[in-house]
Ligand binder design. Structure first.
Ligand SMILES: [Zn+2]
Length: 411
């Protein structure tokens, strides 16, 4: 009886599936991206779709079936190979389902997920292959190692995390002339990191140093892993009104900070992260919340001051969109113990700004302004225990010149 019923049920389901409009979803593009930590296949879809993933051996391959999908005319599998992926094939598997076969170098444990559309992109189906061993973070190096790297009296270098927005499958804003935000901001970020690296007592780390996707929380995690003293995210905004131009500097809003505090408190038992060098997981609720609040307040004050210095320097480069430091709930600014700012260097949607942003001279000017702002903030507020605190002390300001390189290596 039961078996018969389920057979009837299955028959009905099949009939329903056949009755569905075939090819409800169109595959608009298939792209490959590779970063230091993973390789991604990104499929742009015209709408939501269910999918299934399976692994096959000899040779190793990943099979992705997208239900109710078909390939838009002219869309092809990416020809190039990238990361662990050495081939992608796409075929109509059944009248309804599109099959994507991904040839991989070795056994992997991929994950797949559908991301809903947002203001900029439609539905995307992502297959992510983890496990590419790579250095955790690209350290920006000074053009020439003219300066001794050793820490004097055990004093440490200040660490500035420079975050180029977007990357990989996420181009960011795109100007009318085709300039992509992700490219421009990476160029500015690299120029900034070089200037910081050349500064005595400072070190720069880039959260990405190539054209690949880094999730927002990973950017924060990378900064934290490097004990960053400041996080600077570089962007180039876009709005519908093409006349709008100028730079703006943002810090985290109160609302964003309290959202993040709730998250930290809710997850503190699972997280091993320290807040300002203190562990929260062994504290009771009240104490943990007080400590977090203190840390966030200190970070917020420092963020605002540093952002103010950067904004002031930017006024000398060109238009300023907003004369005051702005507040917003940008995810990357949410580190509760790392002062953070987001610089919208210009409006890529403005044709004149787009043109300027493409050029190395303007990129250098923007990098220089941000560098000078960061520098003056830290010379006014040097963290204790840093080389900069020694360089900035009144006794030293008169002779605050880079040390000559030692004649011989220390060892
Ligand atoms: Zn952006």
């Amino acid at each position: 009886m039961g078996a018969r019923l389920s057979t009837v049920g299955l028959g009905w389901l099949l009939a329903a599936a056949v009755a569905l409009p075939a090819h409800a979803v169109e595959v608009r593009d298939v792209r490959l991206w590779s970063g230091p930590e993973n390789t991604r296949l990104v499929i742009d879809l015209s709408g939501g779709a269910t999918h299934s993933l399976s692994l096959l051996k000899n040779p190793e391959r990943i099979v992705l079936d997208i239900n109710g999908a078909h390939l838009r005319h002219g869309v092809r599998a990416p020809a190039s190979t990238v990361g662990l992926i050495h081939g992608v094939r796409i075929a109509q598997h059944s009248p309804q389902d599109l099959r994507v076969v991904i040839d991989v170098d070795r056994a992997v444990r991929p994950r797949s997920f559908l991301t809903p559309p947002n203001a900029q992109y439609g539905y995307r189906l992502v297959v992510e292959l983890p496990g590419v061993a790579a250095p955790p973070l690209a350290a920006a190096s000074a053009p020439t190692p003219i300066r001794a790297e050793h820490a004097r009296n055990g004093a440490r270098d200040l660490v500035i995390a420079v975050d180029a927005g977007h990357g990989g499958e996420d181009p960011g804003a795109i100007g009318a002339g085709g300039t992509r935000e992700k490219d421009v901001v990476l160029a500015i970020a690299r120029a900034l990191a070089q200037r910081i690296a050349a500064e005595p007592g400072m070190r720069a780390v880039l959260t990405r140093d190539g054209d690949y996707f880094v999730p927002l929380r990973d950017r924060m995690r990378r900064a934290r892993a490097q004990n960053a003293d400041l996080f600077v995210s570089i962007h180039a905004d876009s709005v519908r009104d093409r006349h709008i131009d100028g730079s703006s500097v943002y810090i985290l809003s109160q609302k964003g900070a309290s959202d993040e505090a709730s998250r930290w408190l809710a997850e503190r038992e699972n997280a091993s992260d320290l807040i300002g060098g203190v562990s929260l997981d062994d504290k009771d609720d009240v104490l943990a919340s007080v400590l977090l609040d203190l840390s966030q307040s200190a970070a917020s004050i420092a963020s605002e001051e540093a952002a103010g210095q950067v904004l002031q320097q930017l006024t000398q480069v060109g238009q300023i969109r907003k004369r005051q430091v702005q507040q917003a709930r940008f995810m990357v600014l949410k580190s509760p113990d790392i002062p953070s700012m987001l610089v919208e260097t210009a409006y890529i949607s403005n044709p004149q700004e787009e043109e300027r942003l493409r050029g190395a001279p303007q990129q250098a000017r923007l990098a220089e302004a941000i560098h000078q702002g960061v520098r003056s903030y830290f010379y006014a507020n040097p963290p204790p225990g840093t080389r900069l605190a020694q360089l900035a002390s009144p006794a030293n300001t008169a002779r605050a010149l880079p040390e000559p390189a030692p004649a011989l290596p220390a060892m």
